[in-house]
Design a binder for this molecule. Structure first.
Ligand SMILES: Nc1ncnc2c1ncn2[C@@H]1O[C@H](COP(=O)(O)OP(=O)(O)OP(=O)(O)O)[C@@H](O)[C@H]1O
Ligand SMILES: [Mg+2]
Length: 262
């Protein structure tokens, strides 16, 4: 059985793409077949895996609008077990195109398109844009679960209520099986007291929904550290596991993958 997981938070720059790329790569290295679907017009997951716009003809925009098949756009990556459905800036326009139709069908496009390839993968990871518009709604409707990265910085928890509310609405309407897979504190720095405060807040509010390698150890949950290697690896077109496998950032994302594998 494959599992479809969206990485979402409408706040920008909280580590969604970093999580999507590195969780997908870590699962692939753990011998799972993984499809990473980039539905963000910024296409950061696509470029982060080393693809330049000139190197692929079709992208997820064509799947949303031209009804091109997902299998026609999927690219192979440096990791044999990891495939990518690339994005492109053209996707910006589809928010508008999808919004113009009141029909629920426009919220089901991604779900229907994923049916074609779902049996080929153990995990499908969707990287969503920093917005709760129609593209992210498509991702929620298509998914089994959501991972919410929370940056260990000021006001981090304030925006979380918004994404939780959207998930609640989708659960009530178009996708009753949608679950929250967990909250993931990101960019933690031990030298920063604020970082510690945010983690304490996250623990207090969401303790049962944090990722753990050992569920009996309540105090040991997975936190992604601030690690320069994580910020550098996309410019080399590589997930961290192919860039610096022993770096703290890489180890943390491998632990996240193990936690998800259970
Ligand atoms: N743990 C980390 N340590 C250091 N840098 C990080 C870490 N996580 C993310 N970054 C860097 O922070 C920036 C924002 O991260 P990322 O692109 O993953 O966020 P995002 O939520 O996908 O952003 P957007 O909302 O724009 O899509 C990027 O430059 C990324 O390389
Ligand atoms: Mg992103």
């Amino acid at each position: 059985m494959s599992e479809i997981i969206t990485i979402a938070n409408q706040k920008g720059g909280v580590g969604k793409t970093t999580t999507a790329v590195n969780l997908a790569a870590s699962l692939a290295v753990a011998e799972k077949k993984v499809l990473l679907v980039d539905v963000d017009p910024q296409a950061n997951a696509t470029t982060g895996l080393g693809f330049k716009r000139s190197t692929y003809e079709y992208n997820i925009y064509h799947v949303f609008i031209d009804k091109k098949k997902l299998s026609d756009i999927i690219l192979k990556t440096e990791l044999p077990q990891l495939h990518l459905a690339p994005s492109n800036i053209g996707l910006v326009g589809i928010e508008q195109e999808l919004a113009e139709s009141k029909d629920n069908e426009t919220k089901l496009v991604l779900k229907n398109q994923l049916k074609e390839v779902i049996d080929e993968y153990d995990f499908i990871i969707i990287d969503s844009p920093p917005a709760l518009g129609n593209i992210t709604i498509n991702a929620f409707v298509a998914s089994d679960s959501v991972i919410i990265p929370i940056q260990c910085e000021f006001y981090a928890l304030e925006g979380v209520a918004m994404v939780l509310n959207t998930i609640k609405i989708i659960k009530r309407t178009l996708n009753p099986k949608l679950k929250i897979r967990g909250f993931l504190p990101t960019m933690f720095s031990a030298q920063n007291n604020l970082s510690k405060d945010v983690v304490a807040d996250i623990k207090q509010n969401f303790t049962d929904q944090l990722f753990r390698l050992d569920n009996s150890k309540k105090d040991e949950f997975i936190i992604i550290p601030r690690n320069i290697k994580l910020a550098e690896s996309p410019s080399y077109g590589k997930p961290i596991i192919l860039f610096d496998i022993k770096s703290p950032g890489s180890v943390a994302y491998q632990n996240l993958a193990y936690s998800i594998l259970g």
